[in-house]
Write a protein that binds this ligand. Structure first.
Ligand code: ZN
Length: 246
């Protein structure tokens, strides 16, 4: 099926192994839960990869056959090999889409793509979050209402040290008073980058239909557009020109 979007869902997969509460919420891992709802879409084909597999499950063959990479990481960002990060970075510049979820704001690949610290405020109080759609014409907002409510979550607050997004789709409000740019789109080379905030591991957020809808929409938005590969360097003229000899 040549038209299917090939998605690789990558997860650090550590919290689920050591924290019973997280394992109860995500018995097949966060990657398993995300792959399951994406696989139910007729136009999406998923595979999963995790940190402790050889090459983190991201061999050249897997990366070269991935249209959109989804990334969830938190406590082991430093264990991700710089060599693999470099390969992912090159694939993004070459057109592969990447979706970074929640605590992936501090992943090596997000920081490399952004060029800033990507730091933020946080608080674990299980408070309410309301994500407002601020760009209702955007493909990622397709089928949503004016806002999404997450009843219990970790707070992330501004200042979020990222470059100005090329498109901002969501702004979050939190019960404790903070706000956050929680759905940020970027173009990097021929590739698209989407950062989406929800997804703290101790809450069942990836089972929420609106959150699943956003991630599904983001896969369709981030898939390679198939535009021309840029040619850099010295170039022969396309038209006949007279070289000025001075
Ligand atoms: Zn978290």
């Amino acid at each position: 099926m040549g038209n299917e979007i090939r998605v690789t869902v990558w997860n650090e997969f550590r919290h689920e192994k050591i924290n019973e509460k997280v394992a109860d919420i995500y018995p097949e891992g966060i990657h398993g839960a995300i792959a399951k709802f994406l696989q139910a879409q007729p136009d999406i084909n998923t595979r999963t990869a995790t940190l402790d597999e050889p090459e983190h499950g991201l061999t050249d063959n897997v990366l070269n056959n991935t249209d959109v990479l989804i990334w969830w990481g938190h406590k082991a960002h430093k264990e991700v090999s710089d060599e693999i990060v470099e390969k992912i970075y090159k694939r993004v510049l070459d057109g592969m889409g990447i979706i970074l979820l929640h605590s992936a704001h501090f992943s090596k690949i997000f920081k490399k793509l952004m060029g800033t610290s990507c730091d933020l405020k946080w608080r674990e109080a299980g408070e309410k979050e309301r994500l407002w759609v601020v760009n209702p014409g955007h493909l990622i907002a397709e089928g949503l209402g004016e806002y999404i409510e997450i009843p219990h979550t970790e707070m992330y607050g501004e200042r979020f040290d990222i470059p100005q997004p090329d498109d901002l789709v969501f702004i979050s409000w939190f019960e404790g008073g903070e706000v956050f740019r929680s759905g940020c789109c970027y173009n990097r080379g021929r590739g698209k980058v989407f950062y989406f905030r929800p997804g703290h591991e101790t809450f069942p957020i990836y089972y929420q239909p609106e959150v699943q809808k956003v991630i599904t929409n983001a896969v369709r938005w981030a898939k390679p557009a198939g535009g021309p590969a840029p040619k850099f360097g010295k170039a022969a003229p396309i038209e006949n020109i007279t070289v000025y000899e001075g």
